[in-house]
Design a protein around this ligand. Sequence first.
Ligand SMILES: *Cc1c(COP(=O)(O)O)cnc(C)c1O
Length: 484
Amino acid sequence: MNHPGGEAERLADLELGPEDMRAMGRKVLERVVRHLASLGEMPICGDVDAVEFCRQLREDAPEEGRPLEDLLELLFDDCIPRSFTTPGPGYLAYIPGGGLYPAALAELISSATNRFTGIWQAAPALSQLEGNVLEWIRQWMSFPDGSAGLLTAGGSQSNLTAIICAREKYLGAEIRGGTVHASSQVHHSIRKAARLAGIMPDRVRALAVDGRFRLDVRALSRAIQADRRDGLQPFLVVSSAGTVNTGAVDPLPEIAELCQREGLWHHVDGAYGGFFHLCPELRPVLRGLEQADSLTLDPHKGLFLPYGTGALLVRDGEDLRAAHAASAGYLPRAPEAAEFYDASQHGPELSRPFRGLRVWLPVQLFGVQKLRAAILEKHELAVRAATQLAGHSMIRIAARPELSLFTFHLTWPGAGLQAENRATKLLIERVKARGRIMMSGCTTQGRDLARICVLSFRTRGEQVELCVTQVLEEAERILAEERV
Ligand SMILES: *Cc1c(COP(=O)(O)O)cnc(C)c1O
């Protein structure tokens, strides 16, 4: 304790010198690039049976710092491999996306420069870049001038914000009588978001679907009338533009028309399917999307960005602002009118990451043409896989790939539902156990289905061929066992 003051000052200094920063950056980048370059060789599902390992990981925060190398080793050698290899090319489970590398660089820039993008005045030019991103998304989705947008952490948050906008507009303070209508296939985040928005589960209707898993518009109409007869107040219909279960796209134009006639908010959950609208070839599948009052998108799916990138469009931008406008004496005033984009006037956050950059940089670097081509390719790959599988009598396609997701189950002469369910679930497990391809499953109306979703930019023809081969091989083997 010779120089207590000097020692305390040294201890309190958290700044790094330029050479240290460069050296740390190089080490991190080296591990990251090595990791990405070997994604194709990694098991598609790491050792996620990790209960004991997780218990070992628990520790108190260290009083003294540790070397970066040790921490990178822990992350890259022990923790990251214990996961689904979601960015891997053989990942066809749930809804993939991959995570474009330039978006990671954008994250580095935005976190390192750490400017405040919650309020326009604090970083007007950066806010404008985010405004540009939202304007691109508006144009891609053919939403009208006067729409407003918001980048969120994901589809769940976008759905929540949309429900709040609808609730504010149609219910005001009297929310208990409000009811929400959606199909039985709608994403579970809708029920969760409704509850968070004060619309309790007994006010959310799960309606019948047709043979293609699409919302039955006549059932919708009847349910709305029934609620009204009961003195309730339907205010919101949620459609899906690509369900997670089977990829179904609800009849959007008919639902839009019904909502218009009945004076209801029409929200479209396009978290999976929305970005296919970028491809003129696929717009007919999504017809009516552009008529929605609000639209959820997930750039971390259809735009291949890293997790934590969601988006919302609201047709009448005033509805989004009305639900979020807020100010305080200690803050600069929000910009006049809607010419400039002020994130805190459009969403729930004040301080926030500069989310716009992780969309902006990849779009600038690659150009839209390239993204569109990649999205279209994923559709074509899914169609090819479904067509090849459909040619086999032991496979029945349950839902064709309208976008890039399809479902199927195993079948054979004399098989009952239980046996087919068992065999189909076994198939998913057996293919995963081979280590290169991961599919996932779903259950609809008591039937277990295997689902293949092609949406990682890293998934190319090679992986889809491998998937078809492995599915057929394992299916043959399971059927041989069943027949014994
Ligand atoms: C992924 C998804 C969601 C949820 O979005 P998150 O980004 O995971 O929060 C909601 N709806 C659909 C249709 C989805 O595919």
